[in-house]
Ligand binder design. Structure first.
Ligand code: NAD
Ligand code: 6OD
Length: 496
């Protein structure tokens, strides 16, 4: 065990994190605390951008579109993205520490998923942008000479990127990288809970020579703060947002008067379907991952697990046994699961633990808060929890909880499993566990979601479409889909 707290590794310990506006770091009088979810300690303060500072950031981003940035070729922008990826890797330890300090997530996860994916996002979009083909259509004309149509891609303009706290660096860079490679300028707002890896990214942008105003960073909250000021700003052309569905609805309202382009990755109430013919051990291990990764705080996590009746009892017992053995603890303790993001979020998740009992569910394992007898008792730790016996209409089965909890229910027939999985207002992803090839394709395709995994979960190829249907989002990101969102295509028709 290295330390109970990441504070000693944290690059901004005791500092006030500034915003980045037009190439200058700007502190503000108004600030808010950055609190460690490991022990409740204030580890830094964060400058809060007001509407005036957000406006300065947007104007700087607008001006930068017409500066040297606007004259760079795609190749030059792609090269800059690669430089950013290299620099993230050079400062890898600091990024990992920053992410851990804000979230309390395990060192293993931050160093194997969050930060490497941040660097990979920049490299992957550099590759993709260079490989994008232009559309070209030859056409006949009455005079027999014909014409040639070809498309060019222009930037959309100033893009607002708004990120949540669960995978802060992965999700921010997932949008910043394609926005920049397409020639846009960005005003990014990380979650108020997780400002630190974005702060390091701002430094990296400066170090790599990204021109002033191309990448701006504003800190703050949503309503009545930097977030709302940004999404309602008339000079922001597009908003790429990841977060709760209700927040998406509020942002749509703010964005409506200036008819902004929107890309939304929102909440989920994802199902895992486990058929009796599945590789039992792989299905248990995969479901453990899909329920408890990042303390259940991944939009893709399975909160509803449907298991075919012949293996139901054995599956629940295996899941419960493994969940009870999960080690909950601080980032450097070799734990399987860190804390939730905050005490406030823990109160919300605990309210669902209580509700599960009130709604007639049986808590198979967990259901409470672990006691450590040290400073971690002031953190936001919670027990991994499995519930059974709830009605499909129970709120715990219908509402996104975003914590380490799932409800397990049996099914008797494939059609019933499909019906139950799809009976939700969300539609982000599903995991199907079966060894029957035909069933795998049939059931995966029947899922009303944007992403279905067969015999795995959260296996990512960054070229693939990513997003959700229903309350889970608008549009798709990933690969060419992101490049399309962040570009304005224009057709040029040449009479020959
Ligand atoms: P959130 O919606 O509370 O906040 C996300 C961001 O939006 C934050 O930066 C916040 O400050 C900002 N914000 C809030 N209100 C705003 C407003 N009115 N105007 C502008 N900005 C505003 O989400 P969260 O709690 O940070 O993250 C958890 C949620 O995100 C869960 O619902 C989860 O499912 C979802 N999520 C979805 C995906 C996906 O890919 N579909 C990925 C990660 C998280
Ligand atoms: O892997 C990704 O690209 C992605 N957007 C993951 C989202 C995870 C949600 O918490």
């Amino acid at each position: 065990m290295r330390s109970l707290t990441p504070a000693d590794q944290y690059p901004f310990l005791g500092q006030q994190l500034p915003c980045l506006v037009g190439g200058e770091f700007v502190g503000t009088e108004r600030s808010f605390p950055n609190v460690s979810p490991v022990n409740g300690r204030v580890i830094a303060r964060v400058s809060e951008a007001d509407a005036a500072l957000v406006d300065r950031a947007v104007q700087a981003a607008r001006a930068a579109l017409k500066g040297p940035w606007g004259r760079l070729t795609m190749q030059e922008r792609a090269a800059l993205l690669r430089k950013v990826a290299d620099r993230i890797e050079q400062r890898f330890a600091e990024f990992v520490s920053a992410e851990i300090a804000d979230t309390g997530k395990t060192f293993t996860q931050a160093s194997s998923l969050d930060i490497p994916r941040g660097a990979a996002n920049f490299r992957s979009y550099a590759d993709l942008a260079l490989a994008r083909a232009a559309e070209c259509y030859e056409m006949g004309t009455a005079d027999g000479r014909g014409a040639l149509n070809y498309s060019v891609h222009k930037p959309v303009g100033v893009v607002a990127v708004i990120a949540p706290w669960n995978l802060p660096f992965l999700l921010l860079t997932w949008k910043v990288a394609p926005a920049l490679v397409c020639g846009n300028t960005v005003v990014a707002k990380p979650s108020e809970e997780t400002p630190s890896s974005a702060q390091l990214l701002a430094q990296v942008m400066q170090e790599c020579g990204v021109p002033p105003g191309v990448f701006n960073l504003v800190h703050g909250f949503g309503p009545g703060s930097a977030g709302e000021a940004l999404v309602s700003h008339p000079d922001v052309a597009a908003i790429a947002f990841t977060g709760e569905s209700a927040t998406g609805a509020a942002i749509m309202k703010s964005a409506a008067p200036s008819v902004k382009a929107l890309s939304f990755e929102l909440g989920g109430k994802n199902a895992a379907l486990v058929f009796a013919d599945a590789d039992f051990d792989a299905a248990v291990a995969g479901t453990m991952r899909s329920v408890f990764s990042n303390c259940g705080q991944v939009c893709l996590c399975s909160e509803r697990v449907y298991v075919e009746r012949p293996i139901f009892e054995r599956f629940v017992a295996a899941l419960a046994e493994r969940a009870a053995r999960l080690k909950v603890g601080g980032p450097f303790e070799g734990a399987d699961m860190g804390p939730l993001i905050s005490r406030a979020h823990r109160d919300k998740v605990l309210s669902y633990y209580r509700l599960a009992r009130e709604e007639g569910g049986e808590i198979v394992t967990g259901g409470g808060v672990p006691r450590f007898g040290d400073e971690r008792d002031s953190g936001a730790f919670i027990e991994p929890t499995i519930v059974r016996g709830l009605a499909e209409q129970a709120r715990c089965v219908r509402e996104e909880i975003f914590g380490p909890i799932c409800h397990v229910a049996p099914f008797d027939a494939e059609e019933q499993a499909v019906q139950m999985a799809n009976d939700t207002r969300y539609g982000l992803c599903a995991a199907v566990w079966t060894s029957n090839l035909q069933r795998a394709h049939r059931v995966a395709r029947a899922m009303e979601v944007g992403i279905a995994w067969v015999n795995d979960w959260f296996l990512r190829d960054l070229r693939t479409p990513f997003g959700g249907v229903k309350l889970s989002g608008i549009g798709r990101e990933g690969g060419l889909h992101s490049l399309a969102f962040f570009s304005e295509p224009m057709n040029i028709c040449v009479k020959l």
